[in-house]
Design a protein around this ligand. Structure first.
Ligand SMILES: *Cc1c(COP(=O)(O)O)cnc(C)c1O
Length: 389
């Protein structure tokens, strides 16, 4: 008997589950695998966040259902965070919604606002969840390319007008996974201008907003003129507070878009466990000291990796944000050959660029979620490999 729906059968496989299988096989053979594949933080959340969580676990009242839009304390913390960091005013009751991680929100938002057949603009290379979300609503994905030449910024002028005319939704993601690119407010302003002109929704995924190695704060799309008419922004505690497994995030911005998502979600889930929302509120209300220390660690890892790659002939400019390195594969190899060589001959897992879209051919992504000693060891292994040039 066949129980699986077509829409699920035709989903491309989740990339990291393929790696997991090969990783287990290699480990069984006794290979000490170093995994720079998946972007899951290896460090713990701040102690003050864990303390709050523990305290709240002792309150029996916290085991009730959460309000479906999330507890007020968390939504207020998000609003205060936007005011403090970006100077953006948000109404915590209508312009902030609690999510069970931003991936949940991304996938559900498309179900709440995109009809089958409507066009969705997706960055290529880009985060896999965007394509999966489009697939699940039977939307028409349109890949807009990001490339090294222009610093992985969207080339708005190269998207044909007839595409804009049928567009319902545009995904942006700065700072970007996988390219590690940052952006500037004028890019968001142009996106908002186009969204207003052609009447579509524009969304920025800000999961990496404070993981940066410069003094400049990355902008929020809500700082763009008139953004609240057409824009939303996703935020996540997963990366900046190492809370990935706690599944907590938020969406902010246009209240009609947020209301559509809240309506869907009220029929699907009943929000996150209250103590997790409380712990997340404590994180957002804290100063930036924790994130500053986190960035210091990622910067040390980044520098070790960039230097190591140089030693094997891959010369890249150090990324200014995120915990990823996006780099070209060595000349003479395809992405698949290069990443397979690393895995089979050195026990090193990196993600092939093609996992993030066709424009990722010729590139690979390293996630800096391993201690610097592991990075140095990986580099030593790479130096010992026979390269064909
Ligand atoms: C890690 C990541 C997220 C965060 O997802 P959560 O569901 O909040 O854990 C969102 N967007 C991008 C681009 C990411 O890389």
């Amino acid at each position: 008997m066949e129980f699986t729906a077509d829409v699920i059968k035709t989903l491309p496989p989740y990339l990291f589950s393929i790696f997991e299988k090969r990783k287990e096989e290699l480990k069984k053979k006794g290979v000490d695998v170093i995994d720079f594949g998946i972007g899951s933080p290896d460090l713990p959340p701040p102690a003050f966040v864990i303390d709050r969580l523990k305290r709240e676990l002792d309150n029996p009242a916290n085991y009730a259902y959460s309000p479906y839009i999330g507890i007020k304390e968390f939504r207020q913390a998000v609003a205060d965070f936007y005011k403090r960091e970006y100077g953006v005013d948000l109404d915590p009751d209508t312009e902030v919604l609690t999510l069970i991680g931003s991936k949940e929100g991304i996938v559900h938002l498309l179900q709440a606002v995109v009809n089958p057949g409507e066009t969705v603009l997706v960055p290529d290379p880009g985060f896999q969840a965007y394509w999966k979300a489009v697939h699940l609503v039977k939307g028409e994905g349109y890949n807009y390319p990001l490339n090294e030449k222009n610093g992985y910024q969207p080339e708005f002028e190269n998207i044909p007008e007839d595409v804009y005319k049928r567009t319902k939704f545009m995904f942006l993601n700065y700072p970007s996974n996988p390219t590690a690119a940052t952006t500037t407010l004028d890019v968001f302003e142009e996106a908002v201008r186009l969204a207003k002109k052609y009447r579509f929704i524009v969304s920025n995924d800000s999961a990496y907003s404070f993981i940066t190695f410069t003094d400049e704060v990355q902008p929020s799309i809500l700082q763009a003129e008139g953004a609240k008419e057409v824009a939303v922004e996703f935020g996540s505690l997963s990366k900046i507070y190492n809370m990935a497994g706690m599944r907590i995030g938020y969406i902010v911005g246009n209240k009609d878009i947020i209301k559509a998502l809240a309506t869907l979600k009220s029929n699907v889930d009943t929000c996150q466990f209250i103590p997790i929302q409380q712990a997340a509120a404590t994180a957002l209300n804290s100063d930036r000291q924790f994130v500053a220390e986190l960035n210091r660690i990622y910067k040390e890892r980044r520098d070790a990796m960039v230097e190591g790659l140089k030693a094997i002939g891959i010369d890249i400019r150090p990324p200014e944000a995120t915990f990823y390195i996006w780099a070209p594969v060595k000349a003479g190899y395809t992405t698949e050959q290069f990443t397979a060589k690393l895995m089979e001959e050195a026990g090193i897992i990196v993600t092939p660029g093609t996992a993030f879209g066709p424009a990722g051919e010729g590139y690979f992504r390293i996630s800096l979620t391993k201690p610097v000693e592991k990075i140095r060891e990986a580099i030593e292994r790479l130096k010992r490999l026979d390269w064909q040039d």
